[in-house]
Design a protein around this ligand. Structure first.
Ligand code: AMP
Length: 185
């Protein structure tokens, strides 16, 4: 049973790695960003509520994200384990996740911090075709990462389950690094 939190700045490869690990480990990939983008495409109430934040590269308010994750972690497929991608992104979200996991009698296995230098992040983000990958919005998302998300690392650093992974390599190389790290090799 593996329960992973994939952490890192925008462009670090969280989504790509989470998808590969989800396939090889046969556990659901839970991406808060993907859930928001689907909601926006469907024009649901949630989508309308969050669209402005995504367009501007700002964080969706904690209570909205936390409620959504709570609902997602109540679905039956998470009995197999899970990979969280893009959550938690603030210190209050990290506290809320701890609380939620206590309530559902689960614990995470590892927090994987994907490390990639800022110039490579920008290069990768500019190479994608996402609506929030314009130069201006990228700069905002990197700033939000530095100001609000990076402090979450200190929260997990108090424990013994934070693993740093060098994410500046080919996709397959990084996947192998993660697989070795979580197997303790
Ligand atoms: P991502 O696909 O993880 O890069 O997320 C895309 C966008 O969704 C972010 O720029 C935020 O606007 C929003 N988002 C995703 N996850 C979170 C989160 N945990 N907290 C707040 N906003 C989020």
């Amino acid at each position: 049973m593996v329960r992973l939190i994939l952490f890192g700045p925008p462009g670090a490869g969280k989504g790509t790695q989470a998808a590969a690990l989800s396939e090889s480990l046969q556990v659901p990939h839970i991406s808060t960003g993907d859930i928001f983008r689907s909601a926006i495409t469907e024009k649901s109430d949630l989508g309308l509520q969050v669209q402005g934040y995504l367009d501007q590269g700002k964080l969706v308010p904690d209570n909205v994200v936390i409620d959504m994750v709570k609902e997602r972690l109540a679905l039956p497929d998470i009995a197999a384990g899970w990979i969280l991608d893009g959550f938690p992104r603030t210190v209050p979200q990290a506290h809320a996740l701890d609380q939620l996991l206590l309530e559902i009698n689960q614990d995470y296995s590892w927090v994987l911090n994907l490390k990639v230098g800022e110039s490579l992040l920008v290069e990768r983000l500019l190479g994608r075709q996402r609506k929030d990958d314009t130069t201006e919005v990228i700069q905002e998302r990197l700033k939000v990462y530095r100001d609000e998300t990076a402090p979450v690392l200190a929260f997990y650093d108090q424990g013994t389950r934070l693993i740093h992974i060098d994410g500046a390599a080919e996709v397959e190389t990084v996947t192998t690094r993660i697989q070795s790290a979580i197997k303790g090799e």
